[in-house]
Design a protein around this ligand. Structure first.
Ligand code: C2E
Ligand code: MG
Ligand code: MG
Ligand code: MG
Length: 281
């Protein structure tokens, strides 16, 4: 048993070192990914449940690695965050997405994800102003998505920055709502324009009474705050019917449309009769 224990430990140490090596290599490669044009943005439509039409699109970062293929943001965003690269990458996403969205019909909004690290020290509001000015995108078309983790560190300063951003005329959405740290206290610190219900609650909503209760409560909460509520990760017709019945304002998910390259999205957006909810797929 002792030998096995040792072997297990050695294996564990090996696995950890491998992981650390892998992370270090990815970090180095990510440093040049921007210059080498390996980063791009896909856009996923968000659809209004009342009209069945696309109301805005979320920018989702993609890394096309020359040998490893497509690497998920779930894997590389944390590396970008811990290495400080997120500042330049985040800035690139914001400016590029604003420029691409300025080409869409003017009734379509743009949602961009922000990392908490982008709130520290480099003048986020000034940079957002620059991105809007340079792209000529109207501020009321831009929505920034943040997660609950923003309230973990220096929350007073971050609320101050959020208010600065709001004063630019853009909207602020709370992403992945209900996962994270789920203290409702911060809902009273800042008035969010939108709550995005995390996919984990939407999934199983049609089979689990508990999930349905949570979804219902979040929709009620959003409504009483005057916030728009969006359901993330809608994958089936049953989920769409259920979430619509519950009075959710907007839906996003593979059923309505997967994240897609800007050229493809633009074709859909400028089509004479813009595709409705059931045929956006
Ligand atoms: P998120 O902001 O919550 O984005 C939604 C994620 O759910 C996206 O994953 C999207 O492709 C996926 N999704 C949408 N509909 C469905 C569905 O019906 N089923 C399933 N299974 N998944 C669905 P993606 O693109 O892999 O991005 C993952 C996360 O990476 C994002 O979650 C966001 O937190 C982060 N991320 C992506 N782009 C950026 C960025 O530019 N900056 C920052 N800071 N984070 C980003
Ligand atoms: Mg998001
Ligand atoms: Mg989300
Ligand atoms: Mg999510």
């Amino acid at each position: 048993a002792k030998a096995t224990g040792k072997g297990d430990y050695a294996w564990f140490q090996f696995a950890m070192e491998e992981k650390a090596d892998h992370q270090r290599i990815l970090r180095e490669e990510l440093t040049v990914a921007l210059e080498k044009h390996q980063l791009s943005i896909d856009y996923q439509p968000i659809v209004c449940t009342r009209s069945g039409r696309i109301i805005c699109c979320e920018a989702l970062l993609r890394w096309r690695h020359p040998t490893r293929g497509l690497i998920s943001p779930v894997e590389f965003i944390p590396i970008a965050e811990s290495s400080g690269l997120i500042e330049s990458i985040g800035q690139w996403v914001l400016h590029t997405a604003c420029r691409e969205a300025a080409d869409w019909p003017s009734d379509i909004g743009l949602a961009v994800n922000l990392s908490p690290r982008q709130f520290t020290g480099f003048g986020l509001a000034a940079d957002v102003t620059r991105a809007l000015d340079q792209s000529h995108l109207a501020p009321n078309r831009l929505e920034l998505e943040i997660t609950e983790s923003i309230f973990l560190t220096d929350s007073q300063e971050n609320v101050r920055i959020l208010n600065q951003l709001k004063q630019l005329g853009i909207r602020i959405a709370l992403d992945d709502f209900g996962t994270g740290y789920s203290s409702l206290a911060y809902l009273s610190c800042f008035s969010f324009d939108k709550l995005k219900i995390d996919r984990s609650f939407i999934k199983g909503m049609t089979t689990s009474p508990e999930n349905l209760a949570i979804v219902r409560a979040v929709i009620g909460l959003g409504k009483s705050f005057g916030a728009t509520v969006t359901a993330e990760g809608v994958e089936t017709e049953a989920e769409l019917a259920c979430i619509t019945r519950e009075g959710c304002d907007q839906v996003q998910g593979y059923l309505l449309g997967k994240p897609m390259a800007p050229e493809i999205l633009r074709e859909i957006l400028i089509a004479p009769v813009r595709t409705k909810i059931t045929s956006v797929r």
